[in-house]
Design a protein around this ligand. Sequence first.
Ligand code: GCB
Length: 879
Amino acid sequence: MLKHKSLLWIWLVIISGYNCAAQRTGRETISLNDQWEFQKPDAQIEKIILPHTWNDKDVLDDVPGYYRGVGVYKRKLKLDDSVKERAVFLVFNGVAQESEVFINGKSAGKHIGSYTKFIVPISAFLNYKEDLVEVRVNNRFNEDIPPLTADFTFFGGIYRNVSLLITSPIHFSQKENGSSGIFITTPAVSALSASVRVNSVVENSSSFDKKIKIINSIYNANGGQVTSGSSTISLIRGEKKSIVQDIKSIKNPSLWSPKNPYLYRVVTKIVDVKTSEVIDQVSNPLGFRWFRFDANEGFFLNGESMKLMGASRHQDYDNLGNATPDALQIKDVELLKAMGGNFLRVAHYPQDPLILEACDRLGILASVEIPVVNTITESEAFTNNCLNMQTEMIAQNFNHPSVVIWAYMNEILLRLKFSNDKPRQQIYFDHVRELAQKLDSLTRKLDPSRYTLLINHGAWDIYNKVGLTKIPMIVGWNLYSGWYSGAPEDFAKFLDKHHKELPNTPFMVTEYGADADPRIRTNQPVRFDKSVEYALKFHQVYLNAMLSRPFVAGGMAWNLADFNSETREETMPHINNKGLLTIARQPKDTYFLYQGYLLQKPYLKIASSQWKERTALADSGKLLSMQNIQVATNLKSAELYLNGKSLGVKEALDHIIEWKVPFADGINQIRVVSGDQSDQADIHFQLQPFQFSDQIPFKDMNVLLGAKRYYIDNQTHEIWMPDQIYKKGSWGYVGGEPFKGTNNRISYGSDKNILGTENDPVYQTQQVGIKQFKFDVPDGEYDISLHFAELVGGETKEALAYNLDNNHKTEAVENRVFSVSINETPFMENINLAEDFGYTRAVQKKTRITVTSGKGITIDFNAIEGKPILNAIQLKKVY
Ligand code: GCB
């Protein structure tokens, strides 16, 4: 009978959301992610399930900007009389960014800010028949709500889980800034003993006075009760009270650490003294640890020195925007752990509650911050919103043993306002400092057990001048030498400078990184080429510098995974490619490098295994091409085998071992061995003939002009390779020079978004002033495709704020008109790319030709006005 009843109950929940007439006790939490209708103004109603964002698609298109405005969500709620005497709440884990909740057309609550949870009491609005929940959401720019500008996309929507919470009218207070109403501290912890203090806020919203007991029971990881405490109080109707209980110390506690993330649980109950009925019950994690930061020696956990190494994380995912399902959120923390990381910077805003739960469970220490990024508004409303967000963040995440730091500002002096009006600028600086001071003081007051952190970019002088390095307990530096400015080697100098000039202030490197588009590879890495190879070298330099300096408390790679940043262009428009993982969470070579540096157990991995589709020219007169293979490891040396044949033992340098491998056409099996560790990868190699008369049969070839990089189109699997100057018997360009962009970023090519293609790198480089392109191919039938894009001119966009070294020059636009003929037959005449197609738009022209009499293929570019260009070329043998 009981079984039957509960099945019926489940069935009712499924069909109607929530509806049951059974007698209710305790606390019930039911997911409300289903059965929503969503509508944007002037658009059709869509049936959706949460999590949901309305920006998943428009942030990736070629049109700058994305919808920032109103979105309305509606849902029915079927609650019957059995909940009439109960307290009913809606719990929103995250709604971006302003929201108002209506029940049956009446406003029940409002919330500001995209990244914290909020709880709306709705009992007073219900008719207990069919209630209508309506959530009006707005993600417009609002100068009073941080973030104002940032290098990430401000997706709108109810993008985290929503649930219905039903409690007794006497319950743990739901008015405590979205927290559980229970605040746990561990005033004294040592290996011998641990004390626990629990502050529970209880509320009586019934119309009776009640005598209750608050019981706190602590359970170990096996579920055994270790200790408990109890207090009896009277709670008169309408009253809210805080009850602080010091629970008897636990002897020889199991300490929480990355190696042993031992979790106890605190179960807090409200019990009716008269009937012994459990009126409300909440469970919270508890971990025993103590820690400190030291300006000379870094971080200590439970008395042991520990370098905090890890990454920052954004919450969005490939094609889903920020509406990331639970399982994928948790996976991120697992990936950080598997990388050998012990620290997560939850940046730039509080994230889904699942993240810190996973950190608790897996033993990852964490910092959390509010989204005060780049700039502030000097208004009272802005200040209040910041203070409120900080309060919510601390209250909601207070009980996580993983959290050791609360942060509150990121690179706030990145864009210096009022540069032409120094007195006004000084007033702005004063406001920034005051806001920082307020946030820091509030944080110390709300949680004296943790550290405060303020994060700056590498402009040493200005942060010190404004006084921001004096306010927090720990200073964070986001450093990009060798990326946005200078050389990777300057990084170590900065670390030493901090230690010398602020000898009493502990610090961490809260960001560092280089873009790595997983589709771009090179044998000649240079800054801004977006190659995985450059990023790998960059991270080696940074890791070496941090790991060899005890005073650097920690380093957080920017970023764990690639993430959405709508205003970015470059090789993968709208995506920031500094992730160690791709946006779909595939590892890049850099992720393997981190495993090599950080993992304790023996580790050996072919880092280049991700570059498994390759092409290159055969070495002169040979049927093979010597190419690099890199292996990431924490072992001293290893032996590499190609198709079972040893290529010798080599030693690791900075956790990488490198071999030159003679690749042949087809599948090349690479195996690396060291002791009982081994790894294997199959590399598909397309060998291109050095001379078309070689024995290597020619199939096809895709060439990027003016580039030193390879590009792998992960949809078609076409592999593009760098060009070469024409050599007789072979192929290549005649005349011209590589396009050099109009800023000082990459030493070749452009970083503009190319319209009408996903393959931006194919069009971002070009040979300017090209005269000919020749293929000395044997007679036959061939398909030729020419690819063009006008890279000079078009809309001038604001330079990326992060590109600190950016001297964007004004582009000198000149008319460009040219004609192209193939083997003397006109192919394109009087072409003006800008006029005929538009600026930075991908243009592809294809033809089939017959080569006879051993003449090969000669493509002539004839200037009519300005210099002819060619961005890329493809040749395919048909017969
Ligand atoms: C920074 C910012 C971060 C950016 C990063 C970058 O300094 O704090 O939000 O995403 O640089 O990649 O430029």
